[in-house]
Design a protein around this ligand. Structure first.
Ligand code: NI
Length: 162
């Protein structure tokens, strides 16, 4: 499931009970785990639904506060040429963190759970969470993005997981 290509949802499906339940359950799972993002394949459902948010922490007080929201069929439509590395955790792999180089800013098109077409531009940590979650929809894990063994470290203390 984690290595599979997840399928998009159409607007009609969005209103179906199972889809509403999926999103609700994902919010509950993320809140319980204390994470910053979650993708449907991580809860065993291979559809293109993610949750993502950003908030300041004692270790990263400069992170923007972006309330966690659900994005349906999210698509990166633009990415900055500028990239940066950062350590990423993942709720599906709590034992290690991976240093991943990603574009610093992205524009993402998606549907809200209500079916409204939306575009956002995100930078820094929020952009990273979005890219990490969209990777999950394409079966791409942080380990797949490690450039060398030095980019993988064990993580006894979970930090920001997605
Ligand atoms: Ni993850």
């Amino acid at each position: 499931m984690l290595k599979a290509l997840a399928r998009p949802l159409d607007r009609l499906e969005l209103a179906e009970e199972w889809a509403l339940t999926l999103v609700r359950d994902m919010f509950a799972t993320l809140e319980h785990a204390g994470g910053v993002g979650l993708a449907a394949p991580q809860v065993g459902v291979s559809v293109r639904v993610i949750l993502a948010g950003s908030f300041p922490t004692p270790l990263a007080p400069d992170r923007p506060l972006v309330p966690t929201s659900a994005l349906i069929n999210p698509r990166v439509v633009w990415a900055s040429a500028e990239t940066e590395p950062a350590w990423e955790g993942c709720l599906s792999f709590l034992d290690y963190r991976v240093r991943v180089v990603r574009p610093r800013s992205v524009r993402v098109d998606y549907l809200t759970p209500e079916g409204t077409e939306t575009r956002i531009e995100a930078s820094g940590f929020y952009a990273r969470v979005l890219q990490h979650e969209i990777d999950h929809l394409d079966g791409i894990l942080t380990l797949d993005r490690a450039a060398s063994p030095e980019d993988i470290e064990s993580a006894p203390t979970p930090t920001s997981e997605s």
